[in-house]
Design a binder for this molecule. Structure first.
Ligand code: NAG
Ligand code: NAG
Ligand code: NAG
Ligand code: NAG
Ligand code: NAG
Ligand code: NAG
Ligand code: NAG
Ligand code: NAG
Ligand code: NAG
Ligand code: NAG
Length: 449
């Protein structure tokens, strides 16, 4: 024990002197860090929020550490719990993280026979693995493997030789840097970028590059602290930007909310200043609140379960992770296919843009439409609008947004009726006399088109 402490102590001395490099015979452990030459960035173990998991990450050195503003995470999917018995070092040609039992749990995964000489943290936040001298070509660099941040000086694009593209992915929640549902990447063979949900549903696009800015981001042409450029050559195609004032601390982050945010550190007020975010509105992020939930920019939290529903995971909601959506407070008994005559209606004015039209079925009238939903165990709700009957389920009810509309009777109303257990709807008579969970109703939600 004494020897171990002594060993740790001597290494603390060697790294806390402000080294920016880890050499082949060294390792980082515990609270040791390396710091880039001019002190812009620091690399070491960190944990997020109240989680007890530790990760190797890079954060802004000049921004207060509590909590650190992390720009890159190595082992985002494989945390460790004891940073004092884990090691971050060069091993067999790669940079690796060894856990408490000396097992590699993260690696740069380069196939190489040569032994890397060093790993250097640069002042732009890039972590670079080198075989030869500091001027040699990097074998691996963190800028080619971004996590949730697009830093000035890095590239976001596509390597035509290796067919690989840079993908930026949000954290799962504020305490878990594992890859979440939202990503930013280039749309191949185009000069435009897209934000996607679950790597498939595109919910925002930059529009094409016109030489100066992306068509849906005209504000890029307004002089700020950046210069932008789009490069397309035989080897690669990418967008990059750099700061014209190196004393300004800034970055673009894909937030857990699914918004891409450009933030600048204001030293005078010791706060991050949000310069812009895309999409502008939180509720424009696809499926932001998950199934059976309504997104409302004006409430806090902005995700609210439909009447008769509750969060699928309360602990996720406490961490502002809403994508799991809501579930019925009482599971429906599908064998019961009759409704009670005391029909309960709750009115929630929301705008709803259906994701698809595939759920339409032929139906004579509203009662036949309602009947079809009653008879179908997989039907979670129905709508009968403009003589069209649609059946809805958890997959097409995951992108509902609230929009304020005036009390104007000329607005066309689109009513969505959701199946819920009667005991989960507040009703003065039912609440007292009926506690039978086999009885259930349609709860109605009003939509304005
Ligand atoms: C680093 O960890 C050691 C051992 O727990 C502790 O004594 C020391 O105060 C820590 N240093 C800093 C800067 O937190
Ligand atoms: C951590 O837990 C404390 C006490 O339970 C709570 O007040 C605080 O908000 C939590 N912090 C975060 C980041 O969730
Ligand atoms: C280290 O990682 C290995 C492989 O994932 C795992 O089997 C082992 O339990 C880990 N050790 C500790 C102490 O968590
Ligand atoms: C990359 O993709 C292109 C077109 O999809 C294909 O023609 C080419 O062979 C691929 N190259 C590699 C190295 O996989
Ligand atoms: C995301 O897509 C995968 C399949 O690509 C699917 O298995 C998974 O359930 C999807 N996640 C959510 C939250 O819908
Ligand atoms: C493409 O890569 C090759 C090989 O690394 C290099 O010789 C060439 O100059 C590169 N072309 C451009 C336009 O960067
Ligand atoms: C930024 O772009 C402008 C106009 O293209 C150019 O004059 C200027 O030198 C650039 N600044 C830097 C720091 O590259
Ligand atoms: C660069 O930014 C710093 C800090 O915001 C500011 O004090 C300084 O005037 C700026 N320099 C230029 C050339 O704009
Ligand atoms: C969620 O937060 C509420 C209020 O802060 C707290 O009472 C509750 O215990 C939390 N639930 C979980 C599962 O974390
Ligand atoms: C999700 O809802 C938003 C807001 O109502 C809407 O603009 C968007 O088109 C919807 N996305 C999809 C893929 O249906």
């Amino acid at each position: 024990m004494g020897i171990l402490l002594l060993l740790c102590f001597s290494l603390i001395i060697s790294f806390s002197s402000g080294a920016d490099t880890i050499y082949a015979n060294q390792f980082l452990s515990g609270n040791q860090t390396i710091i880039s030459k001019d002190g812009n960035f620091e690399l070491g173990f960190f944990k997020a929020g109240n989680s007890s998991n530790y990760y190797i990450g890079i954060w802004y050195k000049k921004v207060p550490f509590n909590p650190p503003t992390v720009v890159w995470v190595a082992n985002r999917e494989t945390p460790i719990s004891d940073r004092f018995s884990s090691k971050f070092k060069l091993k067999d040609g790669n940079l690796v993280l060894l856990n408490e039992s000396n097992t590699p749990i993260w690696s740069t995964n380069m196939i190489s026979t040569a032994t890397p000489a060093s790993v250097v943290l640069h002042d732009d936040g890039n972590l670079v693995l080198l075989y030869g001298s500091s001027s040699s070509t990097p074998i691996w660099q963190s800028f080619d493997h971004p996590t949730h941040t697009f830093l000035p000086g890095s590239k976001l694009g596509y390597n035509k030789r290796t067919n690989t593209s840079h993908v930026i992915t949000s954290w799962k929640n504020k305490e878990d840097p594992a890859a979440g549902l939202f990503s930013l990447e280039i749309v191949q063979n185009t000069k435009r970028y897209a934000l996607k949900w679950n790597r498939s549903v595109e919910y925002w696009t930059s529009g094409p590059w016109n030489g100066r800015f992306f068509s849906s981001l005209p504000d890029m042409a307004v002089p700020y602290i950046y210069n932008f450029s789009y490069i397309d050559n035989a080897n690669e195609s990418y967008f990059t930007y750099w700061s014209t004032n190196h004393s300004v601390i800034s970055g673009m982050f894909l937030d857990v909310s699914g918004q891409m945010q450009q933030q600048t550190w204001k030293e005078s007020s010791e706060q991050w200043y949000l310069f812009f975010s895309t999409p502008k509105l939180i509720c424009d992020v696809y499926a932001r609140c998950g199934a059976f939930s309504i997104c409302n920019q004006q409430t806090s939290p902005f995700c609210n379960c439909l009447t008769g529903f509750e969060p699928t995971s309360q602990s996720d909601w406490n961490l502002s992770e809403f994508s799991g959506g809501c579930v019925r407070k009482t599971k429906l008994n599908c064998r019961v296919k009759e409704e009670k005559p005391e029909f309960i209606v709750s009115f929630v004015p929301v705008k709803y843009l259906p994701a698809s039209h595939e759920n339409e079925i032929p139906s004579l009238d509203e009662s036949a439409c309602r009947r079809s939903c009653l008879d179908d165990c997989s039907c979670d709700g129905y709508s009968f609008f403009l003589e069209r009957c649609r059946l809805w389920n958890n997959e097409n009810l995951n992108n509902i947004s609230f929009v304020f509309v005036s009390d104007d009777s000329t607005v066309r109303k689109f009513e969505l009726n959701i199946k819920v257990a009667s005991k989960d709807i507040q009703h003065p008579i039912n609440d007292i006399h009926k506690k039978n969970d086999k009885e259930w109703f349609f709860s109605s939600v009003l939509f304005f088109l």
